[in-house]
Design a protein around this ligand. Structure first.
Ligand SMILES: C[S@@+](CC[C@H](N)C(=O)[O-])C[C@H]1O[C@@H](n2cnc3c(N)ncnc32)[C@H](O)[C@@H]1O
Length: 335
């Protein structure tokens, strides 16, 4: 009897260790988004080198666990403000000095009047930029706070490609996720000419072996809308209150539908809030999740359970009365 970890569960631990307990050649698709080395809470103890080592080990372990012909898809972004003390300290001279007349009080009043407005809508409403809203609400004085001098862009894909290539995984394709502009992550500043971050990459690696090309995996419309397309336009997750770096379920759904078949096992070694497992479950795939933080394992399990109850109740309703079936509100399922 072997002691391989079973599908359809979420495991607490580090992927560098737990992935050794996954049956060899058993994973049809692995989809994940690791820490980006941008200072999130769950990556506080990483140095650049330890972060790279961790990615390298996890990629190497995929060479064992992926089925021949299987795919590993990594969602990640380049580091836009990578600290480099060798850079000259003074870079840009700001000769314009725009000061927005919008005050914190005005933003708070607007929020009170329109509690459901997001930052973009508030900015339009008040006739200012999103950064102004952010600065007023979160006290981000860009000059003294978020902006760091001596930072450059650090490309991330190249090292992933090398680690994968060294262990026999080939970079097969690349997609770009076009998301909402992420002001907070960009270290945006009025003293640079830089863009805010609004795309992330999906690197698709392939383990040698025959893969399935099954046109019926997607509808004709899905092939046109995104199956053949390199840029996937998907709104970012709006509510990051329970986990600070979730990707949208739609992103996981597309990857899963395109690159796997029903009943295949889908792995996510950086499970976070459970998004990949939820998408896999809804698409009738099996899943394995690994996550190092206990609070996120519990969160992922809870989110998955909620999705399962919602799906089965929705199915029951559809069977009982196909004309009145409609999504049920979250409140109905809270125990
Ligand atoms: C970018 S988040 C993934 C979010 C996830 N895709 C979602 O939608 O919720 C990365 C996650 O990986 C976890 N993590 C970081 N290093 C890990 C490791 N070595 N092994 C397992 N999990 C790790 C973090 O705690 C974090 O929850």
């Amino acid at each position: 009897m072997n002691n391989y970890i079973k599908a359809n569960d979420i495991y607490l631990g580090r992927s560098e260790e737990l992935m050794k307990q996954i049956a060899p050649d058993s994973i049809a698709l692995s989809f994940w988004s690791p820490p980006y080395f941008v200072g999130k809470e769950y990556e506080q103890n990483e140095t650049y080198n330890s972060w790279q080592e961790m990615l390298k080990t996890v990629i190497q372990l995929h060479a064992q666990v992926l089925k021949p012909g299987g795919f590993m898809v990594i969602n990640i972004a380049d580091i836009l403000a990578f600290k480099d003390d060798n850079m000259p300290r003074i870079q840009g001279m700001n000769i314009s000095n725009h000061k927005s007349p919008v005050t914190k009080d005005m933003v708070l009043k607007a929020k009170e009047k329109h509690p459901h407005y997001n930052r973009d809508q508030l900015a339009t409403y008040l006739g200012c930029s999103e950064q102004t809203i952010d600065r007023r609400l979160n006290g981000n004085n860009i000059r003294g706070g978020k902006h760091q001098t001596q930072t450059r862009v650090k490309l991330v894909g190249g090292s992933l490609e090398s680690y994968a290539y060294e262990c026999g995984l080939y970079l097969y394709d690349k997609r770009i996720w076009k998301k909402d502009p992420a002001w907070a992550n960009s270290r945006w500043t009025t003293n640079t000419l830089k863009a805010v971050s609004e795309t992330e990459d999906l690197y698709i690696f392939w383990k040698a072996g025959e893969y399935v090309v099954n046109r019926s995996r997607l509808s004709e419309q899905e092939w046109k809308d995104w199956g053949y397309r390199q840029i996937w336009d998907i709104q970012s997750v709006r509510k990051n209150d329970d986990h600070e770096a979730k990707f949208p379920e739609e992103l996981a759904r597309r990857v899963i539908k395109l690159l796997s078949d029903p009943h295949d096992t889908v792995l996510d070694p950086f499970m976070g809030s459970g998004t990949t497992a939820i998408a896999a479950y809804k698409e009738n795939r099996q899943y394995i999740g690994i996550e190092k933080e206990e609070k996120y394992v519990l969160l992922a399990k809870r989110n998955l359970k909620y999705a399962q109850i919602q799906t089965s109740l929705f199915d029951t309703l559809k069977i009982e009365n196909p004309h009145t079936a409609m999504p049920l509100s979250a409140a109905a399922f809270q125990s």
